[in-house]
Design a protein around this ligand. Structure first.
Ligand code: ZN
Length: 166
């Protein structure tokens, strides 16, 4: 461990689409429920993906807020100023390199939820646990993709038909 006294590591909030891809590619639940292999055995990405998946899966806004706040505190992320060429850019820093990805992910969720408190979730299809960000005009999205929406619709149609004895 040679972290103490080192330079703080600059981090930027991840793009929300990149965060969704990270969670769906490396998350344990999306892989298990969707019967998929993770791209590789990256422990750090899996850890970050699982922590973020729990936030997408939490239906309670207060629970989401508490989880994001706790992760930000845990990483020790703090605001700063970075020199980029001639410009000074508002930025964030973490004291430890190993927390940079987790902080970038938590900052992305923080920004997104502050702007759109309800607009993320986990796919409602029974065979999928992928996460999504809801950019639909009405804000009633419940599935990660049209594929899942159609499959779920067909499944519930068959279920109703079966229960009706047809
Ligand atoms: Zn899905």
């Amino acid at each position: 461990m040679r972290y103490s006294g080192g330079m703080p590591i600059p981090v930027q909030p991840m793009a929300i689409a990149a965060l969704v891809a990270l969670v769906n590619d490396w998350g344990s639940r999306p892989a298990e429920v969707g019967h998929r292999e993770k791209p590789d055995a990256d422990q750090k990405k899996s850890h970050v993906a699982d922590r973020m998946h729990a936030i997408f899966a939490d239906p309670d806004p207060a629970g989401r807020a508490a989880a994001v706040t706790a992760i930000l505190a845990e990483t020790g992320v703090r605001p700063g100023l970075t020199v980029t060429g001639e410009a000074l850019v508002a930025s964030w820093y973490v004291p430890r390199e190993r927390d940079a990805l987790l902080a970038a992910a938590a900052l992305a969720v923080r920004e997104h939820l502050a702007a759109h408190p309800d607009r993320l979730g986990v796919c409602h299809d029974r065979h999928c646990a992928d996460v999504y960000v809801d950019a639909s005009p009405a804000g009633h999205r419940r599935f990660c993709s049209l594929t899942c929406q159609n499959r779920s619709r067909v499944a519930s149609f068959r279920e109703r038909k079966r229960q009706a004895g047809g």
